[in-house]
Design a protein around this ligand. Structure first.
Ligand code: FAD
Length: 456
């Protein structure tokens, strides 16, 4: 293609006639892509964001529970601005309001059902002789997390011994069985993969991020946004002044010396001076890159990550008491969130491949999964999205498989000419959290500015 002029965001003459060249095309409209587009739009760049779905937000999705006025998050909801600076900035910038769950009601006490070693406990879940061991386990995790220096790339640190599965780490550190099972159940519910599938280093990075305090996960993940993650995306889009096209999945990204051509699956070709690819790593191989990604990147992407967390909002006929269930079951975490006139609204986090699998499209299958914890539950209706079956996502948040936690971000961050990558899956900061998506969006936008200024 012969460009007579290649001035940013203007009409240019090519050998195919007059066409518009954007400064930046952003591919993928989750928090990473929207953040990058917002930053670049605000600095006056001509930006087009292409999103495959018919909505923005990606693995965040604010909705309403059917036939109620209850706002729900079908994907991410927890934000932790005290440890997450990118979120802190967004919250301050747009005056976003935070909410936390109401305190327990002493007149309607919660019934705790914790599954450990095949039995439900309604009181302290560990054998008393394991109490000291449980405390030791938290110190083991804390001390291991403290070895991570967040100011240096993971691959430059002596951490290979931690890039083993959580199951292997527990075994090597002789974590007592019931304690290991409970910690493993929590990690499974949070990450959407079994302890034998998760790199310990990945979990330790989160612990390091949350004040090097493993106990934080049990009490600190409380706040969400009053107007939902969708409210934050709306503000960023309104503010950014960039163009958005929905239902525009990208098939190919082709680089030339002075421009990038992005081809949408409909066949339309769009040109820009630089592009940011912010799609989940499990679907990155659906985009054909010319020149191709490096052999190292292709190899890293060929191993799809096993994150397959599902989250369900389920209305059941009124229970005698609110419940809080926990343990290695189909839902590792299941609790009452609201007692509505029609019934109790339960929120569950689970992962297939632990006990029996749940088919999220089937009412009876979801009811069976709930009944493992709450045998008396009668499901009325529910909302859940299968993030693995979603063709443009194919997984929940990234879970680094053992042996990849130390290297993945560094491999993916290697520059690819005029194309940069973003997304929580490949973040060095709060990988797999929205915070990581926001961080990579900022970094990719900064690199795009350098390219546009001719400095990269
Ligand atoms: C059930 C669940 C619970 C979670 N809970 C939390 C939580 O409480 N707190 C938290 O911080 N994080 C949580 N997360 C993780 C969080 O949602 C993600 O880390 C974050 O939203 C990822 O943002 P992203 O922009 O990197 O990717 P995504 O949000 O996945 O956005 C990528 C976008 O790219 C689009 N796309 C893909 N391929 C193409 C293509 N070829 N062309 C165009 N567009 C394409 C996709 O449709 C998608 O919209 C949770 C995730 C899930 C699934």
């Amino acid at each position: 293609m012969l460009y007579i002029t290649a001035i940013a965001g203007v009409f240019v003459n090519s050998n195919r006639g007059v066409c518009f060249m954007y400064d930046v095309v952003v591919i993928g409209g989750g928090f990473a892509g929207v953040r990058a587009a917002r930053d670049l739009g605000k600095s006056g760049r001509a930006v087009l964001l292409l999103e495959a779905h018919d909505r923005l937000g990606g693995r965040t999705w604010t909705g309403q529970f059917p036939q109620t006025d209850v706002q729900i998050e079908i994907g991410a909801n927890v934000v932790v601005p005290e440890y997450q600076p990118e979120w802190r900035n967004e919250i301050d910038r747009y005056g976003l309001e935070l909410i936390s769950p109401p305190p327990p009601n002493p007149a309607d006490p919660v019934e705790y059902r914790t599954l450990v070693q095949g039995e439900y406990k309604d009181h302290f879940p560990l054998p008393l002789y394991e109490v000291g061991e449980a405390e030791r386990a938290l110190y083991v995790l804390r001390d291991a997390a403290a070895r991570i220096d967040p100011t240096k790339p993971l691959e430059d640190q002596d951490l290979a011994d931690l890039d083993v599965s959580l199951a292997a780490f527990f075994e090597a550190n002789k974590i007592a069985p019931a304690t290991g099972e409970l910690l493993g159940a929590y990690a499974t519910g949070l990450a959407g993969a079994r302890p034998d599938e998760i790199s310990t280093l990945h979990v330790l990075e989160w612990i390091r991020g949350y004040g090097t305090n493993p106990a934080f996960f049990f009490y600190g993940l409380r706040n969400s946004l009053a107007r939902g993650t969708g409210g934050a995306i709306e503000k960023m889009v309104e503010d950014g002044g960039f163009e958005v096209r929905l239902e525009a999945p990208v098939a190919a990204v082709t680089e030339a010396d002075d421009a990038v051509t992005v081809t949408v699956m409909s066949g339309e070709a769009i040109t820009a001076r630089t592009a940011i690819v912010a799609v989940p790593t499990n679907v990155l191989d659906r985009i054909a890159f010319t020149p191709p990604l490096s052999a190292e990147q292709q190899e890293a992407l060929a191993q799809k990550h096993p994150g397959r967390e599902f989250k369900g909002w389920m209305l059941v006929k009124p229970l005698s008491r609110p419940v809080s269930c926990f343990g290695m079951s189909t839902f590792q975490i299941l609790r009452t969130t609201r007692r509505l006139p029609e019934g109790d609204l339960l929120l569950g986090f689970g992962c297939n491949g632990v006990v029996d699998d749940v088919d999220l499209t089937d009412h009876a299958s979801v009811q069976n999964a709930i009944r493992r914890h709450v045998p008396e539950a009668e499901l009325i209706r529910y909302v859940a999205h299968d993030w693995v079956a979603d063709e443009w996502i194919n997984g929940s948040p990234r879970v680094h498989p053992p042996g990849t936690g130390q290297s993945f971000a560094g491999i993916m961050e290697k520059h690819h000419g005029r194309v940069s990558f973003a997304g929580s899956d490949l973040s060095r900061h709060f990988n797999a959290w929205i915070e990581g998506a926001l961080w990579t969006g900022r970094v990719a936008a900064e690199r795009a500015e350098q390219i546009l200024a001719g400095n990269d």
